[in-house]
Design a protein around this ligand. Structure first.
Ligand code: MN3
Length: 199
């Protein structure tokens, strides 16, 4: 069984004006598709074939090709799921409570998360994850994610792609504007669902 590019849960133009249709189309049909194909090639005939993507990401001693493309596959699957045209606003449910308890307020969370996304040098991701029951913000280089050897090991709840391919067509070098816009499309219902499953 090989990995398949998931269908987006909304149309390419659904997240406009925050994320433009052309960026979404290239990002999904070219970049994510490329990671998917390269991952399948990289695990073909190895012990990793048949494992879940979470099992692959958390396996020790991954080759560069599996680490980069396995991360690329997993990270984008989560990224599409935690965005929605009906997203934005404030979190609710257990995740709201946990954010307030951990960061003091949603505004403080936004500031901390934006800092992690804004200060990641070069290409990478910002994350909210659940580490042993505690919420934690972190960032990773390239296509690394928190499940991987050398990273925090928490369960990813929310992620933001800060590779230039995620925003350059619309925002050029203005990464902070893209980060600000991301908060308008976060699917907090889905983030809360993932959080409740992780505790
Ligand atoms: Mn990307």
């Amino acid at each position: 069984m090989s990995f398949e590019l998931p269908k987006l849960p909304y149309d390419y133009d659904a997240l406009e004006p925050h994320i433009d249709a052309r960026t979404m189309e290239i990002h999904h049909s070219k970049h994510h598709n490329g990671y998917t194909n390269n991952l399948n090639n990289a695990i073909s005939g190895t012990d990793l074939e048949g494992k879940t993507i979470e099992e692959i990401c958390s396996s020790p001693g991954l080759s560069g090709a599996v680490r980069n493309n396995g991360g690329g596959y997993y990270n984008h699957c989560l990224f599409w799921d935690i965005m929605s045209p009906n997203g934005g606003g404030n979190p609710s449910g257990k995740i709201e409570e946990a954010i307030n308890n951990t960061f003091g307020s949603f505004e403080n969370f936004k500031t901390e998360f934006s800092k992690a996304a804004g200060t990641r040098f070069g290409s990478g991701w910002a994350w909210l994850c659940c580490c042993s029951g505690e919420l934690k913000i972190c960032s990773t280089p390239n296509q690394d994610n928190p499940l991987m050897e050398g990273q925090c090991g928490g369960t990813p709840l929310l992620c933001l792609d800060v590779w230039e391919h995620a925003y350059y067509l619309n925002y050029q070098n203005r990464r902070p504007d893209y980060i600000e816009a991301f908060f308008n499309v976060i699917n907090w219902e889905e983030v809360n669902r993932i959080y409740e499953n992780s505790i």
